[in-house]
Design a protein around this ligand. Structure first.
Ligand SMILES: [Zn+2]
Length: 259
């Protein structure tokens, strides 16, 4: 299992890699988002060189607010354009998987409409992903994509798409954390994990491990049960990096304890 974290989209990616390497993090969850880490601003060759120098791996992450389910066809086509540029950049940087956040914002339309729009977008991206040697995976999101059956609406029609499980998100807007339910249904398709704490309800707090109500050992056990031994991103968003370092130590100790 590798522990990593995400670059801050408003900061220079190469500078972000430096402090991550110094902290002993093992991979970069590279989010390509404006302003500073936009796909049209970063140099993926430099990112790859820096990661290789530090012996770090990389996973591809895209902006969570891309309107890929839009009812406006030109806007949806624009998203495909942007995601193709992300695929090219991730391929050069050395990533093997790119995440996508299914969209749900199509006022005046029913759920069926935006599910179909997402599926169309993913189908159009798959040939490019294959050509570049990348896989596509979807992240569970509070609200519309946070249970096994909701995720199944996208995962079932597209067997090639991987699961990117966010254990913090699985704790939000649900009566119980849905991690185990999602893994029971789609654990064999798990490709990447996000981990951060919160207190349930609606607030996506991105707290350090132990600061919220997540039963972290229970969910790590569920990961191990499906044979997972891949990348786990600590999505701990605080200006003080001690909380991230602490979360890394807690995660490593808990993971090794379950061995
Ligand atoms: Zn996440």
């Amino acid at each position: 299992m590798l522990i990593g974290t995400m670059n801050h989209p408003a900061r220079d990616v190469l500078e972000e890699i430096e402090w991550m390497a110094e902290m002993g993090l093992e991979f970069l969850d590279l989010t390509l988002e404006p302003p500073a880490a936009a796909s049209w601003r970063v140099n993926p060759h430099d990112i790859r060189a820096s990661l290789e120098k530090h012996g770090m791996a990389v996973v591809g992450h895209t902006a969570f607010y891309l309107p890929m389910g839009s009812a406006f066809e030109e806007i949806r086509r624009g998203v495909i354009c942007e995601l193709r540029r992300c695929l090219e950049a991730f391929s050069i940087a050395g990533a093997r998987w790119m995440n996508l956040h299914p969209d749900r914002y199509a006022p005046m339309h029913d759920r069926h409409f935006f599910i179909e729009q997402n599926l169309r977008t993913f189908r159009e991206l798959l040939p490019d992903a294959r050509r570049l040697g990348l896989g596509l995976m979807i992240e569970n999101l509070p609200g519309d994509y946070n249970t096994a059956s909701q995720l199944g609406e996208i995962l079932d029609p597209l067997p090639e798409i991987g699961l990117h499980l966010d254990i913090g998100h699985a704790n939000l807007q649900v009566p119980y954390n849905t991690t185990e339910e999602i893994l029971t249904a789609y654990g064999t398709r798990l490709r990447h994990v996000h981990l951060h704490d919160n207190k349930g309800g609606h607030a996506d707090l991105h707290l350090p491990l132990g600061a919220g109500s997540l039963d972290v050992p229970k969910h790590l056990r569920a990961l191990k049960h499906c044979g997972y031994d891949g990348t786990i991103t600590l999505e701990v968003f605080t200006p003080d990096r001690h909380y991230l370092a602490y979360s890394r130590d807690v995660l490593r100790a808990m993971w090794d304890d379950l061995e």
